[in-house]
Design a protein around this ligand. Structure first.
Ligand code: AMP
Length: 554
């Protein structure tokens, strides 16, 4: 395909605003692309290489402006180009404004009479650019880029400049490409989407859709050594998780950096959250996996840095290790990293993306003999709170709540994985009642009734039973027993005297308590020994907090 034809289509797509019309134009482009289809699927998104490849062009704006200036002629400097880009705001427009092609080149293509550029040539030249490295490589990159610009007409120059700087901006996102592949080659959108998820390679998926149809797409599987996009989490609450799923898989949210582990039975490769190859900077993870992983697999997890006591270091310390390309041995002396694997996408020849989370976790446990993240599947908010307390005590960020039945959706920020929002506010509430515990905790007061202050006294707002350790229960019993006014079975009436700091996820109006409000997922954070009753939070404050949450104001 001629690059001029690609540029003309790109201009037409850019001029469209309706989504459907854009998909139709991209479909036409794909149908016309012939052997350049893989490249065209990428160029149209402003990409040069498949998303799973770590290769980058590594061309900054300065080099691109220099190449444009050189192609534009003697009266134009890189500074001129830069200042015009600053005014116009788009390198493509600026490039399209110059008259190229008159310059005798130092580059691979001479100036003078323009020879039509093809998409294949542009791709090949950009491939060459990406391989240039070391001393003198900047000059050689400049030559190649100049050679390309020198052969472009204004439309071609516009899109070449944008592709080179990854600023395509013609309104074509991943969804558009997916829909256009389906429309062009008459295959179901879902089949295209699945194949894209497992391969991350638009060029491959488009070609297979065209040449082999739906069956071919169904045959695209995860490949060890080809990273997939990580499944992502959104913020959520324990109430949501337990309300929606009944039970939740609760894991520590490790304070580290995401890693995808690929092991083919022989060698290990590691990828960051952005699918960059981070194998070389992390040799201790490589040898850990070689030692502990029993079969070829693709795992998902977090790399954490630990100090001499095994306590986690801030995640910046981990990131420094990820970025370190040289002197890895020295960096290792400063910060030692470890793996915490929490998911298994592929095990011993079998793709597990569509397998429920708990089964994937079981597979993970059977394959990896150490470094497996613990998971608790529970419907009990107390157990969730206990995991959270342990995670925070160990110096990690908090907890992840996952739908135990959910499949692995690469690249999705869905509601199947929730990172529990930290409490925004806490309340200082007065303990006005309690219940004697049961079994092992029979001699302790548990479940404490909480009240807010009103001008006339105290009104109840809920009970707290979570977040309290056995040790704290004993202390709280000692603290409250002197204030017990009466007992009725297990239930104890306590005179207002002690102030608790309580975390919660939400305040709701509720007929259950005399204040008219209830706390969702209240957790005991501590006793505010420094606070008197008059310092406890008032009903008025609770009303304000509830109001703000409802209107979203602050
Ligand atoms: P955030 O970066 O705040 O969106 O949180 C999601 C990130 O938490 C993931 O990308 C992981 O890097 C990290 N993480 C730590 N522990 C876990 C876990 N058990 N499950 C999933 N992600 C985790």
């Amino acid at each position: 395909m001629e690059f001029a034809a690609f540029a003309e289509d790109a201009a037409a797509i850019e001029a469209e605003s309706a989504d459907l019309a854009i998909v139709e134009s991209v479909r036409d482009l794909f149908e016309a692309a012939g052997e350049d289809l893989p490249t065209v699927t990428r160029f149209v998104q402003g990409r040069v290489f498949p998303a799973h490849e770590s290769t980058t062009l590594d061309i900054g704006p300065a080099l691109c402006y220099e190449a444009i200036a050189r192609a534009a002629g003697q009266n134009v400097s890189a500074a001129d180009v830069e200042s015009r880009v600053a005014t116009v705001g788009d390198v493509g427009e600026v490039a399209a404004d110059y008259e190229f092609g008159g310059q005798r080149g130092l580059g691979s293509f001479g100036g003078g009479g323009r020879e039509a550029l093809t998409v294949g040539e542009v791709a090949a030249e950009l491939d060459t650019l990406a391989t240039l490295d070391g001393s003198g490589s900047q000059d050689r990159k400049l030559d190649v880029l100049f050679g390309l610009f020198n052969r472009t007409d204004p439309d071609e120059a516009r899109y070449l400049a944008r592709i080179v700087l990854s600023e395509m901006r013609i309104g074509v996102g991943e969804g558009t490409v997916r829909d256009a592949i389906a429309a062009a080659f008459d295959v179901p959108i879902e089949a295209v989407e699945r194949a894209l998820h497992v391969s991350n390679d638009y060029g491959l998926v488009a070609t297979v859709a065209r040449d082999e149809g739906e069956d071919g797409l169904d045959d695209i599987h995860l490949e060890i050594g080809r990273p997939v996009q990580a499944m992502l989490a959104q913020a959520g609450t324990v109430s949501e998780a337990l309300g929606d799923w009944g039970r939740a898989a609760v894991e520590w949210k490790y304070d580290g950096a995401r890693v995808q582990v690929h092991y083919d039975g022989d060698s290990v490769s590691l990828y960051s959250r952005n699918m960059e190859d981070v194998t070389d900077p992390l040799p201790e993870i490589v040898s850990f996996v070689e030692t502990n992983l029993g079969a070829p697999a693709i795992l998902d997890g977090e790399v954490v840095a630990v100090d001499d006591d095994g306590d986690p270091l801030p995640f910046q310390a981990v990131l420094r290790r990820f970025r370190r390309k040289h002197d890895v041995a020295k960096a290792r002396e400063e910060v030692e990293v470890e793996l915490r694997a929490f998911d298994c996408l592929h095990a011993d020849g079998e793709d597990l993306l569509d397998t429920p989370l708990t089964d994937r976790h079981d597979r993970l446990g059977s394959l990896l003999s150490a470094g497996v993240a613990e998971v608790a599947v529970t419907d009990d908010p107390d157990e969730v709170a206990a995991v959270e307390t342990a995670a925070l005590d160990a110096g990690h960020e908090g907890i992840m709540l996952k739908d135990p039945e959910s499949t692995y959706s690469p690249g999705r920020r869905g509601k199947h994985w929730l990172k529990r929002k930290p409490d925004v506010e806490t309340l200082d509430l007065v303990a006005t009642g309690a219940e004697w515990g049961e079994g092992r905790r029979a001699e302790f007061l548990g479940t404490f009734e909480l009240s807010v202050r009103t001008p006339d006294g105290f009104e109840t707002i809920g009970n707290v039973a979570t977040g309290i350790t056995d040790e704290e229960l004993a202390d709280l019993t000692d603290l409250l027993e002197p204030h017990v006014r009466s007992e009725d079975g297990q239930t104890v009436d306590v005179a207002p005297a002690v102030v608790f700091e309580v975390g919660y996820e939400e305040i709701q109006t509720s007929p259950t308590y005399s204040s008219g409000f209830a706390l969702r997922f209240p957790r005991f954070l501590g006793v505010r020994a420094d606070k008197d009753l008059e310092d406890a939070d008032s009903l008025a404050r609770v009303e304000r907090l509830a109001d703000h949450a409802a209107t979203g104001s602050d």
